[in-house]
Design a protein. Structure first.
Lengths: 117, 112
C-alpha cells in the first residue's frame, strides 16, 4: 500500500535554530501534502496545504515566514521551522493525497516530535 | 456542533469485550467522514471513508455507522484484542472546507 516516510521522528534543538522535517511518498506521487501540528491531548490541527510546484496555503494563525513549506517534487515536501522557540515544541505530522487514486484517503507519515530547548 | 468531538477520550476494556465509541461532527454541508486507527509510533491508518447517511462499513471485527442528519458516527469493535489498542481518530469533511477536521481521538487499551 501507499507509504509516506517522515523524518526525523524526533529532534531536539536549541532555541533560535532551524529544523527541517521531510515527508516522502515512497510508492506514489503526491500532488498535495498536508502538514499538521498536534499539542498534547488535542486534535491534529492543519497548518498548511502544500501543492507540488506552487506556494503552500497556510491556515489562519500559522506564520508562513516561520513555517516554511517546500513541495518541489511529486514525492517530497519539507517543513522548516525557522528560529525555533520552546513554544514551537510539538508533534508535527504530514499526510499526502495520491495523484492517481485521488481524493478520499490520506496516507500519513509517522510524525516528528520537536523539542526546542 | 462546530467541531469534531469524540467520546470517550480514553477507554480500557478486557480482551474479548465488545466496545464502541462516538464521533460527532457538523451535519451541515456534510461531505465525508473518515476513521483512522493510530498505533503509537506508527502512522495513522485509514479504516473507513463514509459519505452516505445510513452507511455501514465493516473491516474484520471493526465496523462503523453514519448518521449525517444528526451528525454522528459510531465505531464498533467486536471481541476486542490487545492488538486493537490504539487511538481511533475521526475526521469530517464539509462541502465548504478544503480539508479534514479531526477529533482528538479515543484512546483504546485492551487488557489481556
Amino acid at each position: 500500500g501507499a507509504v509516506v516516510s517522515q523524518h526525523p521522528s524526533w529532534v531536539i534543538c536549541k532555541s533560535g535554530t532551524s529544523v527541517k522535517i521531510e515527508c516522502r511518498s515512497l510508492d506514489f506521487q503526491a500532488t498535495t501534502m498536508f502538514w499538521y501540528r498536534q499539542f498534547p491531548k488535542q486534535s491534529l490541527m492543519l497548518m498548511a496545504t502544500s501543492n507540488e510546484g506552487s506556494k503552500a496555503t497556510y491556515e489562519q494563525g500559522v506564520e508562513k515566514d516561520k513555517f516554511l513549506i517546500n513541495h518541489a517534487s511529486l514525492t517530497l515536501s519539507t517543513l522548516t521551522v525557522t528560529s525555533a522557540h520552546p513554544e514551537d515544541s510539538s508533534f508535527y505530522i504530514c499526510s499526502a493525497k495520491d495523484r492517481v487514486t485521488g481524493a478520499n484517503v490520506l496516507t500519513f507519515g509517522a510524525g516528528s516530535r520537536l523539542t526546542v530547548l | 456542533i462546530l467541531n469534531v468531538e469524540q467520546s470517550p477520550q480514553s477507554l480500557h476494556v478486557q480482551e474479548g469485550d465488545s466496545t464502541n465509541f462516538t464521533c460527532s461532527f457538523p451535519s451541515s454541508n456534510f461531505y465525508a467522514l473518515h476513521w483512522y486507527r493510530w498505533e503509537t509510533a506508527k502512522s495513522p491508518e485509514a479504516l473507513f471513508v463514509m459519505t452516505l447517511n445510513g452507511d455501514e462499513k465493516k473491516k474484520g471485527r471493526i465496523s462503523a455507522t453514519l448518521n449525517t442528519k444528526e451528525g454522528y458516527s459510531y465505531l464498533y469493535i467486536k471481541g476486542s484484542q490487545p492488538e486493537d489498542s490504539a487511538t481511533y481518530l475521526c475526521a469530517s469533511l464539509s462541502g465548504s472546507a478544503r480539508q479534514l477536521t479531526f477529533g482528538s481521538g479515543t484512546q483504546l487499551t485492551v487488557l489481556p
